[in-house]
Design a binder for this molecule. Sequence first.
Ligand SMILES: Cc1cc2nc3c(=O)[nH]c(=O)nc-3n(C[C@H](O)[C@H](O)[C@H](O)COP(=O)(O)O)c2cc1C
Length: 634
Amino acid sequence: MRVSVVFSTQEGTTESIAEKLVAALGRVGNTIAVDLVNIKAIDNDELLKRKPADPVFFVLTTYVDGGPADDAAWFGSWLEDYRYDFRVSKASLSDLRFSVFGVGDAAYGSSWCLFPKKVDAFLSDMAGVKICESIFGDVGERMEFDGVVDAWINSCVQSVSTILSGADLVSSNIAKLSMSSLEKQDEFEELNDDYVSSDEEEDEFVDAPEESKLMDLEDLGAFASVGLKKAKQEQDDSTGIVIRKKGTSVSAVASITREMITPNLRKNLEKQGYKLIGTHSGVKMCRWTKAQLRNRGGCYKHTFYGIESHRCMETTPSLACANKCVFCWRHQTNPVGVEWRWKADAPEDIVNGAIEKHRAMINQFKGVPGVTAERFKEGMDIAHCALSLVGEPIMYPYINEFVDLLHQKNISSFLVTNSQFPELIHAGNKESLKKIDRPLFSDFWERFNSCVDELAKKEQRTVFRLTLVKGFNITELKSYAELVRKGKPDFIEVKGVTFCGYTGENSLTMSNVPFHEEVVEFVKILAADISDEYEISCEHAHTCSMLISHKKYKIDGVWHTWIDYPKFHSLVRSGEHFTSMDYVAKTPDWAVFGDDRKGFDPDMTRVYKNKAKYDGNPEAYKAKIKADILAAAE
Ligand SMILES: Cc1cc2nc3c(=O)[nH]c(=O)nc-3n(C[C@H](O)[C@H](O)[C@H](O)COP(=O)(O)O)c2cc1C
């Protein structure tokens, strides 16, 4: 048996209580190993996998405004995030056996022991089971306080002895104690007005999904009709198809009838400008499509690969995603899930629907200043499809058929994946990927690495895109370089994160947005670190984006990162084997790194809005950019 005593302290009181508990547990017998762990070093993954025979005791202090001490800040925010993450099963801690001792001063009134109480409630909410009553002590009552500590330590020792002596006793004890923990929780909810109880949350899902950012379709359907317990049971019983793995029949996928887009989600997405197709797909017009239609510049894909933004259709065949990235500008309103559990529309219908809806949006630009008849005609003749709009395109069970259909229509495909589905085919290391992409899969790092391995085998163009989030991943050069050596991509796009004027769910601020110069510096060091097979090739300063390319694309000293699209389509039609080197085209000089035009196509006209200009004062500059963004959003 392994017991962990996890403590958080600011001034030492709590640590000494934890040490006292460790000593008392040590006297129970030599069949238990007891760890004393500062909460700062707690491994949350390990907590999620903890077995019932290995209980955890938390001894936690309370600090300013009832919040955690410094050492517990990260754990506190992780736990809260996890507790309210709508993708996480409410039973995910059902194997955890725990008890909390809170240290605080009742003189602080309603914030007395607030943090330990929150931890206690969140662990219970996720089905963690108290093996003995959680207790909240008042250091203001010094005489009584010591007695309360001793009583709690005694009951911890007793419960551990009970576990050691036999499982039956444990379950009855647990049943009794979980009831009393529910009563305690009621008490706590009264104390903390901001706290949303699980019942309220259920109501929110039922009554106010339109406004809710927590738009989990699975939960929505289940909670609406049967309530939490039954929903859980249904989830467990579900035989929903994950994704169409090799060998899974099409009819198995076709037999699922639940639709991904519910009426409320439809309203919500339409409000955001998505044109929805069928039951799980959508198109939306990108700002660069509009810009290039008006001859005002294209996106970085134009500079790097020759993709014409005004002929590019941004599409997704799956609005659902398996990550909740901090940089996601969709503000997490899209559904999230690790499995395909919805009705799957036919690929022909999605491709045709997307073309029709995209053209209807282009049509609205007829006569708009700057849109010439020639550009308009080109815009109607879609040449590219960027599968990077929102969601995870490869979750869609017929993604291969979908991409083939695009190619048949002479539409090139550019597919962006978050590398969580290696069976079908953002950060440098495991910790960083977890913080930034906030994946739902517990084996997210293994999945990510398998995808990287798969990419190394591809003969068509492969690209790594690194989104630099200052403070999160900008310091991880070595790990990135390693991933690149492993995945051997043709290209590495490095892009500074975009601030989307939103500070809620994803908690990014302007201080996380790197300057273009910082991105350039990062890229220079990264390129030198990878190997001498790679070099910086292109720059698109407008979007803080840089391209590092494999040197095989530098033919006779000249970069060939662009694509010869007619050649690509004729190779596809030929049915013969070909590789990415068979359809290369010369990169124009203006797109090459080091050119004064910094990636802006000289055939277009740059239109400067009355925007913030850098005047040497970073803080003032950031404040101006923020004001610009907020003004634009109004
Ligand atoms: C700056 C400060 C703020 C505090 N705020 C609270 C509070 O909001 N609620 C509470 O219950 N206790 C509060 N306390 C009391 C502490 O929890 C108490 O002093 C405790 O014994 C500290 O434990 P430690 O020595 O392990 O850090 C506060 C203490 C300090 C010094």
